[in-house]
Design a protein around this ligand. Structure first.
Ligand SMILES: [Fe+2]
Length: 331
């Protein structure tokens, strides 16, 4: 694995820094410092979440509209990778390097982005063993008790863009991202090359008939990694007790990536997602093309009208990713 190794920093542009600081503190992000105009959270893996007023967080000329993550700074393991990335990006877009050595640029959708060296720390989980019918993995031992969630990683970001296929191709060609899966008519999942996470970014089609989709480039959500499904739900309950809005979908599991999800409405823009138990991929993965509804979920607590009926079980390999079968003579 080499190249971009994850999300080093996300910078939110918000309406009220104080409210958003309280929100993310309750959500479980470790607060390092805060003032009326800025808050810094630092995850155990070493990545950062920065909260600023929208007009400060915006980059002049950006294509993204609305609140939410205004800038994603991607990490690379060392200067060699940073230099290589800057060289490649400079061929297709303007890149400026600031005093701290961070490269800044706009992606193809006008989303302000950056790259800097990221000494990403390994984080650890020890999920409780699971008992099942006739299978005992915990004997005389209860599951962990928790008070709240403590996310340790930023897993992925999601943006609404007009043409997810074009967005994906730009990240493939210029940042070496890998295709994970395609959700038909909805969007594309891609993995940064230096991670095993199913996806580091997802582009959702901006003109889908969903709330908040108006055809413009907008932030949708960020995912924060926790240990297991219990931590997801304890986190959700804690947020509810603290007075924050409940999740609309409730707890669920996507079929794509097998990931457990809980999306919580977020005053900083879009949703904040607790996530765990996602599939992990390396370059041996063969990308799938999924029926959108089928890929969306194995289950969700609050079935939504658009996905009320069981979706057709339609999955195939993405065209061009598997060798074509040769026609045999005489057949
Ligand atoms: Fe997500």
């Amino acid at each position: 694995m080499s190249g971009i190794n994850g999300i080093e920093t996300i910078v939110y542009g918000v309406e009220d820094v104080g409210i958003c600081t309280r929100y993310f503190t309750d959500f479980g992000l470790p607060l390092i410092e805060s003032s009326e105009s800025e808050a810094l959270f630092e995850m155990e893996e070493g990545s950062s979440v920065i909260i600023r007023p929208l007009d400060v967080a915006r980059t002049e000329g950006q294509g993204l509209v609305g609140y939410g993550v205004q800038k994603v700074i991607w990490g690379v393991p060392n200067q060699k990778h940073l230099d290589r990335a800057v060289k490649r990006l400079s061929a297709v877009t303007e890149v400026s390097i600031d005093a701290e050595g961070t490269a800044h640029f706009f992606d193809c959708d006008g989303i302000a982005s950056g790259i800097r060296v990221f000494a990403k720390q390994r984080v650890f989980g020890a999920p409780d063993p699971v008992n099942s019918l006739g299978t005992i993995n915990r004997l005389n031992q209860h599951r962990k008790w928790r008070l709240k969630a403590n996310p340790k990683t930023i897993q992925h970001v999601v943006y609404q863009t007009p043409d997810p296929q074009a967005s994906w191709e730009w990240y493939r060609d210029n940042l070496d991202f890998r295709l994970s899966d395609v959700q038909e008519g909805f969007g594309v999942f891609a993995r940064a090359p230096g991670t095993l996470d199913h996806h580091s970014i997802y582009w959702l089609r901006a003109d889908l008939p969903f709330p908040g989709c108006d055809g413009q480039v907008r932030f949708n959500h960020a995912n924060f990694g926790v240990e297991d499904i219990d931590e997801v739900m304890v986190g959700g309950n804690y947020m509810e007790r603290r007075g924050w809005k409940k999740s609309i979908w409730g707890l669920g599991r996507h079929r794509i990536a097998s990931a457990v999800f809980l999306y919580l409405p977020c005053p900083a823009g879009g949703d904040a997602e607790y996530g765990c138990d996602s599939d992990m991929h390396d370059d041996s993965w063969v990308p799938r093309h999924w029926n959108a509804g089928f890929g969306t979920m194995s289950f969700m607590h609050n079935l939504q009208p658009w996905i009320f009926d069981e979706s057709p079980w339609e999955v195939r390999y993405v065209e061009g990713t598997t060798p074509k079968r040769k026609e045999r003579a005489g057949h």
